[in-house]
Design a protein around this ligand. Structure first.
Ligand SMILES: [Zn+2]
Length: 601
């Protein structure tokens, strides 16, 4: 596949001219602080600014939702523009005439495998979507119409149809230049090998699963035939898709600004119908029950998540499990209960948006107490005792006194026990459990301390990696002495690759331009790191950083030598290893000396 692109030199000029502060300003109110500008992130909900813009590097980065990129990427995400249009709009703002595009046949081969699979998925989504509007796709389109969907929402979610035939998609994508092996690996085709590859999805309504960055990761396909189970077929895990980590409609969540809650429902169709009805911020898990990773992901989009699963027994059971997962993840959660056993899709179609807006979410404790009551038999003493014992345990976990009081009164009224007895039971319930902070208290405090509390501390956990990240961020701002720095000193492969690109003269903006998805995430977060406040400190910080990299490497060598010395049985070799240990010891001591660096560990 030959690709046409703008010439690299022209793009560099565009990046050099475009001032990111100017481009971002219409979207975010920015305030200068040190070498960066800060504001409220346009891509996720927050009350304290974690969105940073670096005029020095011409990049943006959000410490809350980890959105980051260059000036073109900002326009793409803020305006939902495809790449080329974003470049053109920026060029227009900078009064730069557009150059001729150049053929770049090698570009496709240079891209990583992950990008190849993502682009196969994107092409497949477009293909399924086009097929939906053909005569052959009409049966599935009629099904979607039958569920009350309109053209606009079908387009917005990029819904599609897969044909009944054996291998139509596989053939179409092979003609576009994808190999059968790539298609099998992306989960689009199935088959033992190249020869008999056929389409994985056949005769189904297709729901593309798109992540918060707009990548098509996978598909869910719903069958129309009762005799063709399963009802929903999902792409299995692939190199680009892990069903335990993503959620359906993450792309739309990301685009919603200032959500005050995310609504988590069970089915893709629920998400689509609710969105069409005007309910913002809806998502669903991907054919499995909720995982801690998904709970955390959802918690990034709004201060609170409402769980709105189906009204049947299975749905109610799933809610109880989900509440615990959110509480353990420190995400504030409530339950949206759909009455009369309706699922959200049925509810919104039968009763409309006003009825939906009138639904009041329940606190986890209230929900659990309601469930407990439904399950209890209060006709005999035994049942009443069991009920109060279990309810008391629940109430004991509630930290707010007023909330407690409401529940205590309720339990008294239901059970016929007096207040003193119920309170005594609350005091006596489940010894030992009160010492540990309950999930609920943790969830609340996480909300109070705001998004800054959730900042990535991965670097903090691994001091070696922190030094490596700092070295690369110093290199990016031109404050790392290039003659002293060696990329081989970096253990982290991704960081080393970025360092090599910087050393070869690529600008940070250009690196993000060409990066694969993971590399962009890593590079954007590293470039956003601020190693020093004052220009005059930069050299000291760089020297210290180099010293620490060196020390890390020596420590590793030293440990290896020590292990070798103690394992060695041959006296000659053992002595040699011990000598090496001592040499390394001396070198490390020298490096740790104060004249080398103030504040040595
Ligand atoms: Zn953000």
């Amino acid at each position: 596949m030959a690709m046409r692109r703008y010439p690299a030199g022209w793009l560099d000029e565009l990046y050099a001219k475009a001032d990111i502060v100017q481009v971002v300003s219409p979207y975010v109110q920015l305030k200068r602080n040190g070498r960066k500008y800060w504001g409220l992130c346009p891509f996720h909900h927050e009350k304290t600014p974690s969105f940073s813009v670096s005029p020095e590097l011409n990049l943006y980065y959000c410490f809350g939702c980890k959105a980051g990129g260059n000036v073109v990427q900002f326009l793409m995400e803020a305006e939902h523009l495809p790449y080329q249009e974003a470049v053109e709009r920026l060029a227009d703002q900078m009064h730069m005439p557009l150059p001729e595009m150049v053929e770049d046949p090698g570009w496709e081969e240079r891209r990583s495998r992950r990008d190849r699979l993502l682009s196969a998925n994107r092409e497949a989504a477009a293909w399924y979507h086009r097929y939906l509007w053909t005569d052959e796709g009409k049966k599935i389109l009629d099904y979607l119409y039958g569920r009350g969907l309109e053209d606009g929402i079908i387009r917005r979610f990029g819904l599609g149809a897969s044909p009944r035939d054996w291998n139509r998609l596989t053939r179409a994508l092979t003609e576009q230049g994808f190999t059968r092996e790539e298609l099998i690996s992306a989960g689009l085709s199935a088959g033992r090998d190249d020869q008999d590859a056929r389409d994985f999805f056949r005769d189904r309504a297709m729901f593309p699963i798109i992540d918060q960055f707009g990548n098509v990761l996978a598909f869910g396909g719903r069958t129309l035939e009762k005799d063709l189970p399963p009802k929903y077929l999902n792409t299995g895990d692939t190199p680009v898709f892990n069903k335990r980590k993503g959620v359906f409609a993450a792309n739309l969540l990301r685009k919603e600004r200032h959500l005050d809650r995310v609504l988590l429902v069970e089915g893709y169709m629920d998400v689509v119908t609710l969105t069409q009805a005007g309910v913002r911020g809806t998502a669903a898990t991907l054919g499995t029950s909720l995982t801690p990773e998904q709970a955390q992901l959802l918690g990034r989009f709004a201060p609170e998540v409402w769980v709105g699963y189906d009204g049947d027994e299975a749905g109610q059971h799933a809610i109880e499990k989900a509440l615990t997962i959110f509480e353990e993840a420190g995400v504030a959660v409530r339950v949206l209960y759909f009455p009369d056993g309706l699922d959200p899709d049925e509810f919104i179609r039968q009763r409309g948006i006003e009825a939906f807006d009138a639904l009041k979410p329940m606190n986890p404790a209230r929900y659990r107490l309601t469930r407990l009551l439904e399950r209890s038999d209060l006709t005999g003493d035994e049942g009443r005792i069991e009920y109060v014992k279990a309810a008391a345990e629940e109430i004991r976990r509630v930290s707010e006194p007023v909330e407690r009081e409401v529940y205590v009164r309720d339990v008294c009224a239901r059970s016929g026990f007096d207040r003193e007895t119920v309170l005594a039971q609350v005091g006596a319930a489940a010894p030992g459990r009160a010492e540990a902070p309950s999930g609920q208290t943790r969830a609340r405090s996480a909300v109070r301390s705001g998004p800054a509390a959730g900042r990535d501390s991965a670097a903090g956990r691994d001091p070696g990696r922190a030094a490596e990240r700092m070295a690369v961020s110093l290199l990016a701002v031109g404050h790392m002495p290039k003659d002293l720095f060696r990329p081989e000193d970096l253990k982290d492969e991704g960081l080393r690759r970025i360092a090599q690109k910087l050393l070869s003269g690529q600008s940070p903006a250009a690196i993000l331009e060409d990066a694969s998805v993971e590399e962009r995430d890593l590079a954007a977060s590293v470039f956003a790191e601020q190693a020093f406040q004052q220009e005059e400190d930069a050299l000291t910080v760089a020297t210290d950083c180099l010293r620490r990299l060196r020390l890390n490497r020596l420590t590793e060598e030293w440990e290896a030598a020590r292990r070798q010395a103690s394992a060695e049985t041959d006296p000659e070799k053992r002595r040699a290893a011990l000598t090496r240990v001592m040499e390394l010891n001396a070198e490390m001591t020298k490096l740790k000396q104060p004249n080398h660096m103030k504040g040595a560990e």
